[in-house]
Design a protein around this ligand. Structure first.
Ligand code: MG
Ligand code: MG
Length: 273
């Protein structure tokens, strides 16, 4: 069942998502080589709790941390701990969820730490841009497949990367994961009709090589099967009458990146083909 949100509920969800992005901006301001997953996780949890929020992932089906931190060939759901030590050249995907005032926020960003090779930077730029290609379609009257197709076409047809199939975006609201599913692959004109009040997390996961993934020994971490790098960007958005309303705010994160010499900016590519 799909729960459509009122304007008041969407404003509450904006607050939840701004807290998520404040936590991701905090990560962006402290991240550097030599730091550990445990350190950025603690910083994010402290910031969230100081603002009255609750980390959404901690305890979710037994997940042990506030952030999912996934390095290089890890796609998503990596567990940040003290043995996860960041080094120059790593791509660090950080996913964060928060519950605040009864509503969830969910957003993710992949950071380029230090000397990331140019071909991997291109993967990040294309993945980040594909998120906005999907968001462009989050308009009342279109269908879910229009979002899915826009992402898949840009990533696979125009850029030759692999879209992960096993994990998808989702509705979000009073639950972290609500109906409907938001696949990053699909057919134009198919699927759930989009209407105002629908709030969804759009989150392309893109592999530089093949699309296939596998689960690691910890039972959580998802890896690219060919062990090539992978990237992940996520926004929570409300479907709008003429354009989507992006509730999470990556500009806060990008402002923090520009202040941190250890992280390279991930520019968007031109949105209009
Ligand atoms: Mg997420
Ligand atoms: Mg999500």
């Amino acid at each position: 069942m799909i729960f459509y949100k009122t304007d008041e509920e969407i404003e509450l969800m904006r607050q939840s998502n701004l807290l998520v992005c404040s936590a991701l901006a905090e990560v962006a301001s402290i991240l550097r080589p030599g730091m550990t997953g445990a350190e950025i996780d603690k910083a994010a949890e402290t910031l969230i709790r100081d603002h009255g929020g609750v980390p959404a992932f901690k305890g979710y089906r037994g997940f042990p941390a506030t952030l999912c931190v996934s390095l290089n060939d890890q796609v998503v759901h990596g567990i940040p701990d003290k043995n996860q030590v960041f080094k120059s050249g790593d791509v660090v995907s950080v996913d964060c969820g928060v519950q605040l005032n009864g509503f969830y926020g969910d957003s993710a960003y992949t950071f380029a730490l230090g000397d990331v090779p140019e071909d991997v930077m291109e993967l990040l730029r294309v993945t980040n841009t594909s998120l906005y290609k999907g968001i462009e379609q989050a308009v009342a009257g279109k269908r879910m497949g229009d979002i899915s197709f826009a992402i898949q076409y840009y990533v696979e047809k125009e850029n030759g990367y692999g879209v992960v199939r096993e994990l998808v975006g989702h509705g979000i609201g009073r639950e972290l994961h609500e109906a409907p599913e938001v696949p990053n692959y699909g057919q134009r004109g198919k699927g759930v009709k989009l209407q105002e009040g629908l709030v969804i997390a759009i989150e392309p996961m893109v592999n530089m090589g093949r699309k296939e993934v596998m689960t690691g020994k910890d039972g959580w971490t998802i890896y690219a099967k060919d062990r090539k790098p992978s990237a992940h960007y996520e926004h929570s958005v409300a479907v709008g009458k003429t354009q989507a309303d992006i509730l999470s705010d990556h500009r806060m994160i990008e402002a923090a990146i520009r202040q941190n010499d250890h992280i390279r900016e991930v520019e968007l590519k031109a949105l209009v083909a």
